[in-house]
Design a protein. Structure first.
Length: 339
């Protein structure tokens, strides 16, 4: 292919993608969001994000494989963090761990655990916004540790810092109207097992879940966006509730200016990513969901997915963005409308 043909082909692809993204945006209903205050963003600090991710994605965690003793290294870390934040476990007795019994799934031979924490709503405590991320990675292979800093240390630490921000607001007298569930699921790498178990054995009525915001890899930049890293892929956010998609667009327009990329949301996209992260188990149950994602990069599922390669300012900004959406959903007068 000569250069002129290659250039025309490249421009055609870019135009097609931009047109597709504009079509998604233009098809959404106009909506007004609540008064999310820019100073709330300062509650999520990049220094703390970096410090925690370096621990969570360290060799000491041994790759956090689900259903192994190394999974307990991750769950112990998370439980201690929530205790330090004085955020209670979501279980009846304040338990944080939801055990997945041995033998529940063939792919996970030993007992696994989800970690679930909760901030109770002030006005509608029986309606829930669930923020999820998978805590596991693929463990140790061929004598090497697969640290999974981006996959999914980035999502795990994002949730911790979102929880921290809501706790700080609560301490200042700004408690969310709806309850917030901080859900760290295991077994994603083995087939979305922890989220499947959660929705089938939820500690709360599943029909009272207003939305699921699922974070899976938000700390890196993929090849497509190397020259314009201020972006984020949104997957599934308009499929069950266009109102959810409108909220995400409006908050981004007001406060963040990210290039929201809907490429992977196309129903016929060959990667089929809509079906490949934990939000899907919520979506299957008619719960509006967004999967936040930075795309596949060269270190995906390799031992080279390490904490030193994370773009921490960008990870922090994306975390703040999910926090803003969660804040909006937790405080809106009416719950999301289903299409």
């Amino acid at each position: 292919m000569n250069f002129k043909t290659l250039l025309l082909s490249f421009c055609s692809v870019i135009f097609s993608q931009c047109q597709s993204q504009n079509e998604v945006k233009n098809a959404l209903p106009k909506i007004e969001t609540l008064d999310f205050k820019p100073e709330y963003l300062e509650l999520i600090d990049s220094i703390e994000v970096k410090k925690e991710l370096y621990v969570y994605a360290s060799d000491e965690m041994k790759g956090r494989e689900a259903g192994t003793e190394n999974e307990a290294l991750a769950t112990d870390f998370l439980v201690e963090k929530y205790k330090d934040l004085e955020i209670k476990g979501a279980g009846e007795n304040g338990d944080y761990l939801q055990a997945i019994p041995k033998g529940t799934f063939r792919a996970m031979e030993e007992v696994g655990h989800n970690v679930i924490a909760k901030i109770e709503g002030s006005e509608k405590p029986d309606e829930y916004v669930v923020i999820s991320a998978h805590l596991d990675h693929v463990g140790e292979q061929y004598g090497e540790i697969f640290n999974g800093a981006d996959d999914n240390g980035s999502g795990t630490i994002a949730i911790l810092n979102i929880a921290k921000a809501f706790k700080k607001l609560e301490q200042k007298g700004f408690k969310p109207k709806r309850s917030l569930i901080f859900l760290h699921v295991t077994g994603e790498e083995k087939g979305l097992l922890g989220s499947k178990y959660y929705v089938e054995n939820s500690w709360f009525p599943l029909g009272n879940t207003v939305a699921n915001l699922n974070i899976d890899m938000i700390g890196r930049v993929d090849e497509k966006h190397q020259n314009q890293p201020n972006y984020l892929y949104l997957i599934g956010g308009t499929r069950l509730s266009k109102e959810l998609g409108s909220i995400a667009e409006k908050l981004n327009e007001n406060h963040f200016g990210l290039a929201l990329d809907y490429t992977y949301d196309a129903p016929d996209h060959p990667e089929r990513l809509y079906y490949r992260s934990d939000h899907y188990n919520f979506a299957k149950n008619n719960i509006p969901s967004i999967f936040f994602f930075n795309g596949i990069h060269e270190d995906y599922h390799k031992p080279t997915d390490t904490a030193d390669k994370i773009n921490y300012p960008l990870l922090t900004k994306r975390t703040q963005y999910v926090f803003a959406i969660a804040w909006e959903l937790a405080n809106r007068k009416e719950r999301l409308k289903l299409d």
